[in-house]
Design a protein around this ligand. Structure first.
Ligand SMILES: Cc1cc2nc3c(=O)[nH]c(=O)nc-3n(C[C@H](O)[C@H](O)[C@H](O)COP(=O)(O)OP(=O)(O)OC[C@H]3O[C@@H](n4cnc5c(N)ncnc54)[C@H](O)[C@@H]3O)c2cc1C
Length: 461
């Protein structure tokens, strides 16, 4: 039965404290309405008991994306369009951007919010498997204060959540620790947009030398709430990807999920498709890692000295270059990256410092005269975003560099690719608080990442 338009009340206080105090005065009476794309459908269908709505649409406290060194905070009131248009979300959290792109049509993306998708808690909601993958946390706020809960524990059952009647989600926290993972997601539906998914898989993985270092898999639409395939993950982690492992993974997936028959699909179909998606994700690692590179083939046949000289700019340590050349022939990108990380970690502190010295200061893209020309060119590409910074940020970076060099007696090393000067400044200021040993380890890890990116560029030239 359709509700008559006059039988509801809608208020819009315009700021978060007023909304929270209204929710606290009469808990359970007022329902927050953000974009309304779920609530209005439920209201029109006569499925909604609530009659008092408080608008949280466009509240400034909920509609912003804050970028911190170790995490980003996405306001629960951000729309799908806000996510799609944010360069950092695109780069570091591509699973979330893909989900946003296929959530309804453009009109829905302009209006529907991330917070609404989470609290509406549909088993088929598209952004939820992505949040599981990124280890998201939620900041819940009320007049009683705020609390931080792991998103993984937020849904307590079919359309049930931990959100109390006087509480709201203010932020979705995404830790920035998965940018070097391969990301994969597929939504299986009648079509991608404007269709509820029959199965949705989001996955992240890191493979070195053909061996799975880490893997994360999450599925939607096959249970009352989206969930991680922890058994399947356990069976894959630490193993070499080969046909036997893929078969085992498919069998474990089919056992681990308990889908139902409904109007959109059958349980049998959902089980088979989910297993096939996991297989497709795993196969993708082999295709990428096994891709032959003509640069690598040529390098494999060079005399040792020439091979060392050619690969040196990727890192800057002579000992690393010597050991890499001695390992030839190296067959593919996967083996190259695995060998590089292993050799790098086994080097002495002096070797590490030698590599650090090949970099220009951040914000000062002229490399030291001892650095090979190739290294200087890569440095300037890596620092592309820093060049666009305002003068005051560049000045603060210069000052930070000076303090860093006085404190640690070497140059500040950070994997600058894709990072803005603001972000780098935050990282620099945080790292100035490190003790010597922690800072050496952190610089070495940053240099390892720089080297991996340079190796990838080098062999795809
Ligand atoms: C045509 C159409 C196509 C769609 N396609 C898809 C699709 O492909 N994939 C998909 O996943 N979804 C889809 N949806 C569903 C919907 O757009 C999303 O779930 C959307 O994210 C809901 O956000 P909203 O801001 O509109 O939520 P609202 O409708 O405003 O609210 C939904 C629920 O969340 C609560 N809420 C909202 N924000 C907060 C907050 N910050 N704190 C606490 N509670 C809050 C509300 O009280 C309500 O209970 C579609 C909807 C339509 C109408």
């Amino acid at each position: 039965m359709r509700s008559h338009p006059a039988d509801y009340e809608l208020v819009a206080p315009g700021n978060l404290p007023s909304v929270l105090s209204l929710l606290a005065q009469e808990p359970g009476t007022w329902l927050p309405i953000a974009g309304g794309t779920d609530l209005m459908v439920q209201y029109a269908a006569g499925h909604l008991a609530a009659r008092k709505f408080v608008s949280i649409w466009n509240l400034p406290e909920l509609r912003r994306i804050e970028i911190l060194p170790g995490e980003i905070r996405v306001g629960a009131g951000c729309t799908y369009t806000d996510l799609i248009e944010n360069a950092l979300v695109n780069r570091e959290f591509p699973l979330l951007t893909s989900a946003a792109r296929w959530t309804g049509g453009v009109a829905n993306q302009n209006r529907g919010t991330l917070g609404g998708n989470i609290v509406n808690a549909s088993p088929a909601a598209d952004s939820l498997p992505a949040l599981l993958m990124y280890g998201a946390e939620l900041i819940l706020v009320s007049v009683r204060g705020e609390r931080r809960v792991l998103y993984e524990n937020f849904h307590t059952g079919y359309r049930k959540t931990q959100c109390a009647a006087d509480e709201m989600i203010q932020f979705v926290i995404l830790p920035r620790q998965f940018s070097n993972y391969r990301a994969y997601t597929r939504k299986i539906g009648a079509r991608n947009a404007q269709a509820i998914s029959k199965v949705c898989l989001a996955a992240l993985g890191r493979v070195a030398g053909g061996v799975v270092e880490d893997i994360r898999l999450a599925v939607g639409s096959v249970a009352p709430i989206p969930f991680r395939l922890t058994e399947t993950e356990k069976g894959i982690r630490g193993k070499r990807i080969d046909p036997a492992l893929i078969l085992l993974a498919k069998e474990t997936v089919a056992r681990e999920i308990q889908p139902i028959d409904d109007i959109r699909s059958s349980a049998r179909y959902r089980r088979a498709v989910t297993a096939n998606l996991v297989a497709e994700f795993l196969n993708g690692f082999n295709e990428a890692g096994n891709k032959k590179s003509s640069v690598l083939t040529r390098w494999n046949s060079l005399p040792s000295e020439e091979a060392e000289l050619e690969i040196l700019p990727c890192c800057g340590s002579n000992s690393w270059a010597r050991q890499m050349a001695a390992l030839r022939p190296i067959e593919n990108e996967d083996s190259l990256l695995a060998a590089s990380s292993k050799i790098w970690r086994s080097l002495t502190e002096a070797d590490w410092v030698e590599a650090f010295a090949h970099h220009p200061r951040i914000g000062h893209v002229v490399a030291p005269s001892t650095a090979p020309a190739r290294s200087a060119q890569w440095s300037s590409e890596e620092q592309q975003k820093v060049g666009a910074a305002e003068n005051d940020v560049l000045a603060a970076l210069m000052e930070g560099n000076r303090t860093y060099e006085q404190r640690f007696r070497r140059i500040f090393i950070v994997c600058a690719t894709g990072k803005s000067a603001h972000t780098i400044l935050d990282i620099l200021q945080r790292r100035l608080r490190n003790d010597d040993q922690a800072e050496l380890q952190e610089s070495a890890e940053q240099q390892r990442q720089i080297t991996s990116l340079r190796l990838k560029k080098w062999i795809s030239e």
